[in-house]
Design a protein around this ligand. Structure first.
Ligand code: ATP
Ligand code: MG
Ligand code: MG
Ligand code: MG
Length: 559
């Protein structure tokens, strides 16, 4: 490809408003253009890299028997009502009307769609197991789109869904997917870790997230070096224990205000629940508070915080606002800080002895004191894991690190097949709900995650598996006939074996070199003064200095 014909609008200045490194580099390297918050045009370089990522994903999906389909972006409201998610999904669901006033969602995920497809097509267990996938644009009205493609409102996802008659078959596909994800992320050169994750309200019984390790990551991973133990901190801290007889008794003692679960807290505050609504107990400056978090799972994405027993609901848009409100130490909120972690729990029903006097005192925000005001017992028991503590598997001290969730595998069970009526006839002719798994890879997010870990101060350094081109040929001077002829010839010959970007632009050499470093192709060949002696300068993107190589030997240099 001739660069003069390409469209790579690189920037000289570093964009100030981009908060993450990959976002800055992508803007600088002319890869993306923001059209609205969290909504981007993918320029040619990005499109090429996405093709490569998608190719790897497709190959690994096909290897385990995944079959590609393509479902609609527009989802009729009725399907989402059947699953109960039209209401439950909350503000992240983008909604629209057609000219007849019929309502639709722009698909953030496709469980409803695929179940609607298969319940009309599947009759017998004999067609199962079945794994279908698509690579497609998803829409989520994220409260805080940020970091470029890392958290967009319109983004590309590979989503796969598997269908089974029994758990053994689901487990097999789940394990195959897990292996496929390991292959996918290894092939892309990502430093990642598969972690146990919290299945939350999505309905899964078993789930892992694949985390690309990076400081910008919004998730915190607890891991040890002594074993394979690795968990999302959300999961790591919520270690359910067996409900003891004692705990049962304690539960009976639960007093007013009867706010013991996410749902009851929401009812109390008269607010609708979101799919990922959670109750959390946070400790701020030594005080414990029970709060409701709606929307995203990250505390960084705090949407609405309703404080337990609050007489009015106060909204906090950011972590900082909460910290300010409580006059807390900055950074003391959320999984970011290991000293004052956030404890979350889906089954707070086992938290007992809520204070009853709080309302009478008229305080909007009561100081809920652990042990004085409530205890944590039974199924809802949770552990406070801090860095340095022994891991749950007893192997060694827990360490924390940051990760970007690039993929997730889920055992869904029969949640959607039951609510939406996806049944097959089993061997005995009985109608049974189909068991499902769902499996996502953030294709566009992965691209950013790759850049987060493959760059230097001059620009991107593409791993060979996803690079947009293999070789960058640059003419140092476009006025010199010898140089031009040598470059043209080299361009022609290298194209037989490699994908070549040929910078034939009439620009200063310095500009071309800077752009070349930004774009970050594995090899750079500069055709300059040496051309008259049949010599060019060859350099790997990772080399400090270039090497003079006879044009005839260039191929030997490139592996
Ligand atoms: P997050 O926790 O980051 O909000 P999620 O758990 O909501 O992600 P999933 O529903 O598991 O996301 O979707 C599958 C994959 O899609 C994620 O693992 C992630 O890689 C990607 N993804 C999710 N939301 C976004 C987004 N807003 N922008 C880009 N990629 C996303
Ligand atoms: Mg999300
Ligand atoms: Mg997540
Ligand atoms: Mg997820």
């Amino acid at each position: 490809m001739r660069q003069s014909q390409m469209f790579i609008p690189t920037l000289r200045e570093t964009p100030q408003d981009a908060e993450s490194l990959s976002h800055r580099l992508m803007l600088k390297a002319g890869m993306i253009k923001q059209m609205a918050s969290g909504i981007y045009t993918y320029l040619p370089i990005t499109r090429l890299v996405l093709h490569n990522i998608e190719k790897i994903v497709r190959e690994e999906m096909n290897k385990i028997g995944g079959v590609e389909i393509h479902m609609p972006v527009l989802h009729p409201k009725e399907l989402w009502e059947e699953s109960g998610r039209w209401d439950a999904y909350g503000n992240e669901l983008m909604r629209m009307n057609d000219r007849h006033g019929r309502e639709f969602a722009l698909g953030p995920t496709h469980e409803e769609m695929i179940v609607a497809l298969l319940r009309d097509e599947l009759r017998s267990y004999k067609k199962l197991p079945l794994t279908l996938f698509q690579i497609q644009t998803k829409f989520r009205d994220e409260l805080r789109p940020r970091y470029g493609l890392l958290r967009g409102r319109e983004f590309i996802m590979k989503d796969a869904y598997s269908f089974h008659t029994d758990d053994a078959s689901l487990t097999k596909t789940y394990n195959d997917m897990y292996q496929a994800y390991e292959n996918i992320f290894s092939r892309m050169g990502l430093n990642y870790r598969a972690v146990e994750a919290d299945s939350g309200a999505i309905g899964g019984s078993h789930t892992h997230e694949f985390m690309a390790l990076a400081d910008i990551g919004e998730d915190t991973i607890a891991y040890t070096e002594e074993s394979d133990y690795a968990a999302n901190i959300e999961k790591a801290e919520c270690q359910p224990v067996e409900k003891s007889a004692d705990a049962e008794k304690e539960l009976e003692k639960v007093e007013t205000p009867g706010v013991t679960t996410c749902q009851s807290l929401a009812d109390h505050l008269e607010i609708p629940l979101h799919e990922t609504t959670k109750t959390m107990v946070v400790k701020i400056n030594g005080e414990f508070l029970m709060i409701l978090v709606r929307g995203d799972q990250e505390l960084n994405d705090v949407k609405v915080k309703s404080f337990f027993n609050a007489e009015e609901e106060i909204e906090f848009a950011t972590e900082e606002e909460i910290v300010q409100h409580f006059n807390a130490t900055p950074g003391s909120l959320g999984p970011v800080n290991t000293e004052i972690p956030v404890y979350l729990d889906y089954q707070v029903d086992a938290m007992v002895n809520y204070p009853t006097g709080a309302n009478e005192t008229g305080h909007h925000y009561i100081n809920v004191n652990h042990t004085r005001d409530f205890e944590v017992r039974g199924t809802g028991d949770f552990r406070f894991i801090n860095e340095g503590e022994t891991a749950p598997d007893g192997s060694g001290p827990v360490k924390f690190m940051k990760g970007i969730e690039v993929g997730q595998v889920f055992k869904l069970g029969t949640k959607y097949s039951e609510s939406m009526g996806l049944n097959v006839l089993d061997e005995n002719g009985r109608s049974v709900p189909v068991m499902m798994g769902c499996y996502g890879v953030g294709v566009s997010r992965t691209l950013s995650a790759i850049i987060e870990s493959h760059h230097d101060e001059r620009g991107i350094i593409w791993p060979k598996s996803v690079t947009p081109f293999d070789v960058h040929i640059i003419t140092a001077n476009t006025k010199d006939e010898t140089i031009l002829n040598a470059a043209e010839e080299l361009y022609e010959s290298l194209q037989e074996k490699y994908r070549v970007l040929y910078d034939d632009r009439n620009e200063r050499a310095g500009v071309k070199f800077a752009d070349s470093d930004l774009i970050g192709l594995p090899y750079r060949i500069v055709v300059g003064r040496g051309a008259k002696d049949g010599v060019v300068e060859v350099k790997r993107r990772t080399d400090e200095k270039s090497t003079d190589v006879d044009i005839a030997d260039v191929l030997k240099f490139i592996d």
